[in-house]
Design a protein. Structure first.
Ligand code: ADP
Length: 259
């Protein structure tokens, strides 16, 4: 059974439709990457699923239950965002333990879970470190541990590696996928970076101007692009090796949604 179902989700800002009847399913333990140019509606889609803003139309179902009206903190949906700062006044342990304390788990259980997670993200023994002494990559690892700690039913990740340099991103892509798989997590992962999408995804959803162009496994997207946009979008990235040659981002070539 699908863990998450999104039905005709629609969002308008000032009369402009930025998400247009988007429907898809995410299977239990699946990593679905949402790939699209900047302005295509990726972040808006995650915000609606998380409940941070209401849809104008449509529904979100978790394990068959309609959660469209359920407040964010009761949805069993975790989030990790690029700009999602760690609590600067709390050490690493307290940052990771935060969601567990909200669940009022017994202290020994919290300690064991935090220790195991820090080991899994490659930061064993970091419990007492101050957050401001960590590198960018270390901060993102702690943020990942924190979002996994309460075992959400679904984890939403919005450009989690966006602020890191390329070498570190490439290293962390593989690590994130392994970790999500080890935790048997169902995840939606937003990026505009094709290489990142293909490295992380079980399936990729290509979003363009608030609509789904295609949902398919990475190899199928290249073999059998469903629309001219998909063919063009994927080719541009591959041909230019965009990020490397220009230092720029082929996705930025695309103009934002305008209707
Ligand atoms: P992406 O994450 O793919 O870059 P977004 O979901 O952030 O795209 O944005 C989709 C479109 O919606 C963009 O054109 C953006 O300018 C617009 N948008 C997003 N949030 C708001 C808002 N709060 N008010 C008005 N327009 C918005």
């Amino acid at each position: 059974m699908a863990r998450l179902r999104v039905l005709a989700l629609t969002r308008r800002y000032e009369g402009r439709t930025v998400l247009d009847h988007v429907s898809f399913e995410v299977a239990d333990e699946e990593i679905l990457v949402i790939l699209g140019p900047s302005g295509s509606g990726k972040t808006t889609l995650l915000r609606l699923i998380a409940g941070l803003e209401p849809p104008d139309e449509g529904h979100v179902l978790l394990d068959g239950q309609d959660i469209t009206e359920v407040p964010p903190h009761r949805r069993r949906i975790g989030m990790m965002f690029q700009e999602y700062a760690l609590f600067p006044h709390l050490n690493v342990f307290e940052n990771v333990a935060f969601g567990l304390r909200m669940q009022q788990l017994p202290e020994p259980e919290i300690r064991a879970r935090v220790r195991a997670l820090l080991e899994q993200v490659g930061l064993p023994g970091y419990e007492r470190r101050d957050v401001h002494t960590l590198s960018g990559g270390e901060k993102q690892r702690v943020a990942l541990a924190r979002s996994l700690a309460p075992r959400p039913a679904v984890l939403l990740l919005d450009e989690p590696l966006g602020s890191l340099d390329r070498a570190l991103r490439e290293q962390l892509m593989g690590e994130i996928r392994s970790l999500l798989k080890a935790e048997r997590m169902t995840a939606l992962y937003v990026t505009h970076d094709q290489a990142e999408a293909m490295a992380i995804a079980d399936r990729v959803l290509i979003l363009h101007q608030g609509r789904i162009e295609q949902i398919a496994a990475p190899e199928e997207l290249y073999r059998d692009p469903a629309t001219p946009f998909v063919a063009r979008f994927l080719d541009v990235g591959t041909l230019l090796e965009g990020r490397i040659l220009s230092g720029g981002d082929p996705a930025e070539v695309e103009t934002p949604v305008g209707k």
